[in-house]
Design a protein around this ligand. Sequence first.
Ligand code: CP
Ligand code: NVA
Length: 306
Amino acid sequence: MRHFLTLKDFTKEEILEILEIGLRIKRELKNGEKKHYLADQTLAMIFEKSSTRTRVSFETGIFQLGGHGLFLSNRDIHLGRGEPVKDTSRVISSMCDMVMIRTFAQSMLEEFAAYSKVPIINGLTDSYHPVQLLADYMTMMEHDHADSPVVAYIGDGNNMTHSWLMLAAKLGFELRIATPDGYAPDGSVVEEAMAFAKRSGAVIKVMNDPAEAIRGATVVTTDTWASMGQEDEKEERMKVFKGYIIDDAMMKLAEDGAIFLHCLPAYRGQEVSESVLEGNQSVVFDEAENRLHAQKGLMVWLDNHR
Ligand code: CP
Ligand code: NVA
């Protein structure tokens, strides 16, 4: 049995296999076929943070696959009142077929997985957001930007940055990250990614200058400057990150025909301008829709590997 906690546990071939399944199920859906690959299975979805896309895509996805999703907010289950993770895991995994968790610490997810009888999916932690990267790469494939891409990630060195690092390192493409001083991605994650990159041929560069990172990039991406859980730092961050906005002038430095990705929710006028987000290089709503298709591929893949 496999869990999906970070991309570092997956090979290039496995990541591409998940996406192939997702793309096939997407084609079937567009042709009006809703095949019940996970008939009568239940997906428990534990949310300790807010969500629009992750909840809607997983709940809709499991339903379209013939199963049922249970939305479990920490305000409603005993986990939020102190019931131990290891007890919650044994109880839920004795009744459900798969569990998706959105939480703070990656270690909570790991503990849950250690006690679980069924596959656990990371629906975002403070450290990683791997399901988002499946959708991002699927979108790059569909827009013909997956062949030797040069990806520029501008902004905060956060869970999205860490996931981009793992994707680039596994798939072997060029990733340039520009963050202000003090907001770089975690050094240990960069080191791990560098080690994978040696084998895959990925080129990974971490720097401060957004213009240097974006020059000649074929894919440009960013994320909020204040992630969930960092609300208290918001004011300070708005000052520090000035100059890291992806606006038209910044986009001009990228390759002609570069695409713009953003996991959403986006904060217009902060990490991205309205004109870039709504402009013709932006594929953010295809990217959001692909959360549904990529995660259906993931759930079917995990079911096939029990
Ligand atoms: N991108 C993403 O995970 O969005 P939600 O927080 O709305 O789930
Ligand atoms: N980095 C953001 C991603 C939201 C989908 C956060 O963790 O809030």
